[in-house]
Design a protein around this ligand. Structure first.
Ligand code: C2E
Ligand code: MG
Ligand code: MG
Length: 742
């Protein structure tokens, strides 16, 4: 970080240094003697020879006329007292000089003692008041003793004025610097700011300024680690080094002492200021002092240190927040936000041949479920390390999602073949070898790329495509993909609205006994008619609802509606035993699902054995322990379970045998096959399987008498299909049942 530091921040500006040197030379009081009489000069200087006032010697400046004084004062500063002759080349030369000092030079602190040969030349009282003239004496009044008294009073008054002025400026500086510190975004920036501000505050030169930080981490030997985080002058080369490497023992020990004792130290030739926030993080600054500090300086430093302690706290909070906001806390990699920021930055600099790649670990959720989260974390770390080691500075690496890494860099480094090669070797985790495959989605940045967030969206679309089509491979994003996805997103919005506006409704398709024609019950099927009257098939919108989470509330609503419908049918004394409701995998995995079923049954008053839940075979294939738990609980409730679309998934028989299900539902594709050359082979297989597992079997998609006959012949007991009845509205059921001939 330190190399990004602006050097100006560390080095004290030149004018500050000049001012500091001036302060040093000012360990004397400057007295200006302005008089056209050479004897007065000599007499005055002689009478004040070797005199010390308030601990300092006097330093004399001699001028002899108004004109000469103008010239000399223009290049002078910090004159404590002017002993001014009233009458020189003209009668008013002295008073004119007073005007010059106060109005033009704007020296407000400088004390002026007027001297005149004759009392008659005394200025008006107003002039004395208006121009802040300290004293007025006739020359013969100025005996050594009187001169000394007069001068001491003037110097004391000058010193007090300067002190007040210094505090005012110092406080101003502290306030100004505090607001500057809130803008600094790093501890190094803060530290170099501290150096600059102390130099300005105390008027010391940049040489010998050093700042060290203790980062709050306790070392293995219980000691703390201290390092140099800002420096100036001869110590500049110590940046970022440990304090132990400072070869000046005084500085090294002072910094260490201040940081361990957590207090500022003041010595004759140096001071070590200590700043600390509420946390453990602390800073100490060593400053060499060419002279002892005044009382004001010390008081100002105290305010300064306290104030900066608060700033340091804020800084800690800000950097902590920043780290939370932009860093993934598990892998300590840049996170999604930071990744987007980085892509934005690349886009704003103008792109040339840059790619963004998302890398997703296949089956990570299962790895986590089966092998535990700790293992999952270790795998993530290993993947991150491998990417980092292979790509180094050639690409920017971030963790943009649970098991998704983001890379942005030159296209040559991010070629999918190159990246896939990185994962050929398996990972060794906890002494076990683990081979993983990666799915990737890539986007080539071009001038049309709008923002980092958009690019990431595009890359996610490409990644999803890879996961849907061929895991372990890659997809390069194309504009057409974007259009398709956006259409889906639009449909999603409409679906949400449709649900809110109750434009979703249920149809019911009868299920019958194929031998006796007796109606067993109904399957509830969801319908969506859009505002324009268009029917959207559930095979299109259910996946969308699953994707957005809407399926939770939608599914709960279907369940309740079907239960209530069944209760009504039973109340109208129809002899029915089943209401089948489709349940999607996502619904089934939510922990509250069993509770939802219970509430629907309780609220509607439907006895559990009437309700049959149809779950697709894929649910059972991807089944985890939680799935089996839920099944068992539902069975305990008394609910029936059917496996929908049976034969299209890949259930292992042994697994199926373990599951507490009641029925297999032969997929309509296999019923349709009855018409083909192969005949009812698969349907037959399913039926035999069902018998073996002690499950009943129902066929769906019966479209012809022939289907019905064949299914009966191969001992399929139950069925549903357009040949029997299309799904119908609830209010059409009574009529249909009345007309149905058993
Ligand atoms: P599914 O559960 O296998 O439902 C059977 C589908 O076959 C229904 O299509 C039904 O209308 C259709 N069908 C019935 N008889 C025949 C026939 O003789 N020939 C043909 N070709 N098709 C027939 P639908 O209503 O379009 O539903 C499609 C799928 O959407 C359902 O398959 C089910 O998986 C899902 N689905 C429907 N409603 C819901 C629901 O409320 N929740 C959930 N999670 N999924 C639902
Ligand atoms: Mg179904
Ligand atoms: Mg089905």
């Amino acid at each position: 970080m330190s190399e990004h530091l602006d050097n100006d921040e560390i080095l004290i500006e030149e004018d500050l240094e000049a001012e500091a040197l001036e302060n040093i030379s000012q360990r004397t009081w400057k007295i200006a003697i302005v008089d056209d009489d050479e004897d007065v000069h000599r007499a005055t200087e002689f009478s004040l020879l070797d005199v010390k006032i308030l601990g300092r010697r006097l330093e004399f400046i001699h001028t002899y006329s108004k004109a000469e004084t103008h010239q000399r004062f223009a290049v002078e500063s910090n004159i404590a007292v002017v002993l001014l002759d009233v009458v020189m080349e003209t009668e008013h030369a002295g008073l004119e000089l007073v005007c010059f000092i106060r109005d033009e030079l704007k020296w407000r602190d400088t004390r002026i003692i007027l001297r005149t040969g004759q009392p008659g030349y005394a200025p008006e009282e107003e002039a004395i008041r208006d121009y802040d003239i300290n004293d007025y004496k006739t020359k013969n009044e100025l005996t050594r003793k009187k001169l000394l008294t007069s001068l001491t009073a003037a110097i004391r008054s000058y010193d007090q004025l300067r002190t007040i002025e210094a505090s005012r400026r110092g406080l101003h500086q502290i306030i100004a610097s505090s607001s500057a510190f809130t803008m600094q975004d790093g501890i190094e920036g803060f530290a170099s700011g501290v150096i600059t501000q102390i130099a300005a505050l105390c008027g010391v030169p940049s040489e010998g300024l050093l700042c060290a930080q203790c980062d709050g981490d306790v070392q293995f030997d219980n000691s703390m680690k201290y390092s140099v985080i800002a420096s100036a002058g001869q110590y500049q080369n110590l940046m970022n080094r440990s304090i132990d490497e400072i070869d000046n023992a005084v500085i090294r020990d002072s910094l260490r002492r201040a940081l361990t004792e957590r207090a500022s130290l003041f010595e004759e030739n140096n001071m070590t200021l200590f700043f600390s926030g509420r946390g453990k993080r602390a800073i100490a600054a060593f400053i060499e002092l060419p002279y002892a500090l005044s009382e004001v300086d010390l008081q100002l430093l105290e305010v300064f240190c306290f104030n900066l302690g608060v700033c340091l706290d804020n800084l800690g909070l800000v950097s902590q927040l920043k780290s939370y906001a932009f860093r993934d806390q598990l892998l300590l990699l840049p996170n999604r936000l930071r990744f987007i920021e980085q892509v934005d930055q690349i886009l704003s600099n103008g792109v040339s041949d840059q790619w963004v790649c998302l890398i997703d670990i296949d089956d990570f959720a299962e790895i986590n479920d089966v092998l535990g989260h700790r293992y999952g974390d270790l795998l993530l770390r290993s993947v991150a390390n491998r990417l980092q080691n292979a790509l180094g500075s050639k690409a920017f690496l971030a963790r943009v999602g649970g098991d998704v890494f983001g890379l942005v860099g030159g296209s040559s480094s991010l070629q999918p073949e190159v990246l896939q090669k990185l994962f050929v070797d398996p990972f060794v985790i906890d002494d076990t070898v683990h081979a993983v495959s990666m799915s990737m989605g890539l986007v080539a940045l071009d001038s049309q790329s709008q923002s980092g967030a958009d690019v990431l969206k595009d890359a996610s679309i490409a990644l999803k495509r890879t996961k849907g089509l061929q895991r372990g491979s890659h997809t390069l994003f194309t504009r057409e993909m974007g259009v398709e996805i956006r259409e889906r997103a639009l449909m999603m919005q409409h679906l949400h609205k449709a649900f809110d506006a109750e434009r979703l409704y249920l149809m019911y398709q009868p299920q019958i006994n194929l031998n006796t024609r007796k109606v067993i019950g109904f399957e509830a099927l969801l319908r969506w008619r859009t505002d324009d009257g268009e029917m959207i098939p559930p095979t299109d919108f259910i996946p969308l609802a699953e994707h957005s989470g809407l399926i939770m509330s939608l599914g709960a609503w279907v369940l309740r509606s079907a239960c209530f419908a069944m209760v009504q049918l039973l109340e109208r004394e129809h002899d029915l035993t089943r209401m089948a409701v489709n349940v999607s995998a996502i619904q089934f995995r939510q922990p509250e699902f069993v509770g939802l079923v219970q509430t629907a049954l309780r609220d509607s008053g439907l006895a559990p054995h009437y309700l049959e839940l149809e779950i697709t075979e894929s649910v059972t294939v991807n089944g985890a322990a939680s799935f089996e738990d839920a099944l068992v609980k539902l069975k305990e409730l008394g609910v029936q379970i059917a496996i929908d679309d049976f034969g299209t998934g890949y259930s292992s028989l042994s697994y199926l045998d373990k599951l507490p299900v009641d029925r297999l539902k032969i997929d309509k594709a296999f019923v349709a096959q009855i018409d083909s050359a192969g005949g009812p082979r698969i349907a037959e297989l399913v039926i035999q399987l069902g018998k073996k597992l002690n499950l009943s079997v129902i066929a769906e998609g019966i479209e012809t008498q022939h289907h019905w006959d064949v299914l009966r012949h191969i001992h399929c007991d139950e069925g549903q299909g357009f040949f029997i009845a299309h799904p119908m509205l609830e209010n059409a059921i009574d009529n249909w049942l009345k007309n149905w001939k058993t």
